[in-house]
Structure formats: C-alpha cells, structure tokens
Ligand binder design. Structure first.
Ligand code: SF4
Length: 436
C-alpha cells in the first residue's frame, strides 16, 4: 500500500517513532541524524488536521526486547490510530525491529508502518524481520513541498532537498533503489525559513537548475537572510570540472566545509587536485575542504594510504566512511575493542586484503591526519595531546618539526608519510613512554 492509503478518515492521531538508534545524545540533533522524513510526514498530516506526536528515544532509554516495562509516552491520552516508524542504515535494522515489537505490545491493534532507508533498500526483509504491518518505500511525494514540522525538534537549521535521486549509479550506493527517479527543483527560496541551511541532495551540483538555486542563495545571503550553508554529501567533482564557475558561486552563496568525493584509486589524483584547486581559487581555505573517501572497499589499505598522503600534501581533511554492503543487516564494530574483532562482528572487505587491524589503522591515520590539517602542523602526538608532559617541555616540542621531535616523542606521527599497517600503534608507544 502507499502511505496515503493508510491515511483513512478514521485516522485522527498518528505516532511518529524514531527507534533507539545508537546515536550519542550529543549528536542526536546533528543534521546527519535528524529524522527529517518524520518531520515531513508530521507537517503533511497536520495539513490534513491529523494530530501527531513524535517519539525520539535517547541513549539512556535502552529499549530492547528484554525491557518491555519501559514507558516512554507520558501523555497516555494520545492513543494512536497509526504508528509510523522510521529507519536509517540497514545494519541498524534491529533497532527498528525493537521499536515495532515495543509498540505492537503497547497498542495491540494499531497498525505500524515502517519507512526510511532500510525499509526502501530491503522491503521484504523489513516486513518479515520487524513484523510491521506495511513497508513504505521511497519518499512521500505529497510531503515534498511542505516545510517540515521543525517545532517538534530543537534545531537552529533546516534541511532542504533541491533534487531527488542521482544522475549516476555508483556500485556502493543505494540511491538508485531508494530514489529511482531523478527530479530537480528550479527554485527553493520560498522554502527557506531559517538562517542555517543543510542540503540533503545526493548530488546537488547535478541539479539542472543549480545556477538558479545558487543565485537565489547568493541573494538571500546578501540580504542577510541566511548565514550558513552546507551540503551533507560531497560535491560531484566531474560536474565541478565541467562547470568551474560553480565553485565561486558556492563560495558566494556561503557554503562551508565543502566535500568532494574521491571514490576510486590513486590514478584519480590529478583530477581530484584540479577540483581542490577550483575550490581554493574560489576562496575556500584548503583545511576546510574535505575529501570524502570510502575505505574497507576498493582500493586496498596501501592505496588508500597513498591517497591519504596526497591529501596531506594538498592540506585538506578527509571524511572517511567505512564500507558496509547495501544489504548488511548488522554492524557490531566497536572502536574501543583494541584487541580486535572479526568478520563475525562486522563486514570486512577481505577481497581487497582489508583486515580488522588495517581498518583500525586507517581510521586512526585519518583522525591524526585531520588534526594535523586543522592545526596546520606536520605531526601529531598523543603524548602532547593528552598533556602527558610539562607545559614547558610541551612548548619546546611544539616548536619542532617532525624529524626533530621524533627523537623525543616516540609516538609522533606525520601525515606526510606512508604508514604501513604493521607499524606499532601510537597508544602502545605512548603507554611505554608514560611508564618510563
Ligand atoms: S554520485 Fe553519489 S549519490 Fe550518486 S550514485 Fe554516486 S555515490 Fe550515490
């Protein structure tokens, strides 16, 4: 059934549920995690004079199958006629299942429908695994033009889409399944209600009317109606190279922290450099630019490390994303498990030689790389970062370059060199140093 088929005359109250995804409370309202689909549905239903209530769990409410006594609805006078549960990553499906289970027990005969990314990518799995009454795939077209119900959340920004779908079909990306139709808006100025804007387009620059959209933003910025603009996804570098004037328009429109994607091998380096140059020539500072990279996929660790070193030479940060297959239904990777995990815990792309230790090593390299780029320094040391030595000594070391400081700080790490996966981990070196 379509979403609208569930909105019958008898539906007066709709409960909107964001499951208890493992998002730290401090990131809950971050633009990457806002349940924008539910906010759009809320506004859409309100237009039909239907009451809505949004439930957002938090990390203190450990909702799982064993905790059926948890009561998260303080106003029990809100008895829903329909429950809509959202979903995000396929590997967070168990949280969706838990939410459905909980509400199936709480409101015995109320239908529960599930939408969102996991539901759209794996509708059959979602229906069978969560035991919901229906799965809604894709987005609700009728809710597309409506301003989401931001009053239900506490945020100072708004999320916008100027397009749906994508003109490309990259092997690791499910956009073509979730949003199969490529649709572009010509204008968005009438949708803007906040000064801070986050674009959720999959491929913003591919919008056929991108110049018009950017012109609108430039005008709004001049009139001081907007102050901050960001694109959640990376910019499509191929389009940027074909239409270099867009770089200046992005800058003039007030875009911050631009990201470009480097999805394939080191062979692409000259093209990526060209894209970065376009952005820096337009006035973006290299250290605010981030190169979006998927790791634990293709290429292997060694080539990813080469790519990282190139980024260091260009002075740009890296936004890393650990690859999981589109149909991965679990991911128990834990960054705290220093003793390591296996493919039973999470997906490891062994085909390209990735291992648990290479994944952890690469992740740590990225963290240290980004610190160095942000602070424009040529090394990182945990001993310094964690203030394990006196202030005087620390000051002395901070004035030294990597080659010199290496004699004193064994854990000093420079982003400008290739780091082998077998290299000793900095925390072991740091531990040894502090135990001396
Ligand atoms: S360009 Fe981006 S959104 Fe489009 S298919 Fe590739 S990864 Fe997905």
């Amino acid at each position: 059934m379509d979403f609208d088929d569930w909105i019958t005359e008898d539906v007066k109250n709709v409960l909107l549920v964001e499951p208890n995804f493992p998002i730290p409370n401090k990131s809950r309202n971050h633009s990457n995690f806002l349940p924008i689909g539910l906010l759009k549905i809320a506004a859409y239903l309100r237009e039909k004079s239907i009451n809505v209530k949004l439930i957002r769990f938090d990390e203190n409410n450990n909702l799982d199958l064993a905790q059926m006594t948890l009561d998260l609805t303080p106003q029990d006078d809100f008895i829903p006629d329909l429950i809509c549960v959202t979903s995000i990553f396929t590997y967070w499906s168990k949280y969706v299942k838990n939410a459905v289970f909980y509400y199936k027990n709480k409101y015995k005969n109320v239908p529960i429908i599930v939408g969102g990314i996991y539901a759209s990518l794996m509708p059959k799995h979602c229906k069978e695994y969560t035991k919901c009454d229906d799965v809604i795939t894709g987005y609700i077209k009728g809710a597309e033009e409506i301003i989401p119900a931001y009053d239900l959340v506490d945020v100072d920004y708004q999320i916008l889409h100027t397009s749906r779908g994508c003109i490309r079909k990259c092997g690791f990306c499910g956009t073509y399944i979730i949003e199969p139709e490529w649709v572009c808006k010509k204008t968005i100025k009438n949708e803007i209600i906040k000064k801070k804007l986050i674009f959720y387009d999959n491929n913003l620059l591919a919008n056929a009317y991108i110049e018009n959209i950017l012109k609108e933003l430039i005008e709004l910025k001049k009139e001081k109606k907007i102050t901050y603009v960001e694109s959640q996804s990376g910019f499509d570098g191929r389009i940027l190279r074909k239409k270099p004037h867009l770089a200046k328009m992005l800058k003039d429109a007030g875009f911050k922290n631009p990201k470009i994607a480097w999805d394939y091998g080191i062979i692409q380096a000259p093209k990526i450099k060209e894209q970065i140059d376009l952005l820096t020539d337009a006035g973006f500072n290299a250290k605010e630019i981030s190169v979006f990279m998927i790791y634990n996929y293709e290429p292997c660790y060694e080539e990813m490390e080469e790519k990282r070193v190139k980024c260091a030479e260009w002075g740009v940060q890296i936004t890393d994303c650990r690859y999981r297959p589109l149909n991965a239904t679990y991911d128990n990777y834990s960054s705290y498990k220093t003793k390591g995990q296996s493919s039973e815990d999470y997906y490891i792309h062994t085909k390209e030689g990735w291992t648990d230790s290479k994944i952890r090593k690469f992740r740590r390299n990225i963290r240290r790389h980004n610190i160095c780029m942000r602070h424009e320094v040529d090394y990182h040391s945990s001993i310094l970062e964690r203030k394990k030595i006196s202030q005087n000594q620390s000051q002395k070391y901070r004035n030294m370059g990597y080659d010199e400081v290496k004699k004193y700080l064994p854990d000093a790490w420079t982003p400008f060199r290739f780091h082998d996966a077998s290299e000793k981990d900095y925390f072991k070196l740091e531990k040894k140093f502090t135990e001396k």
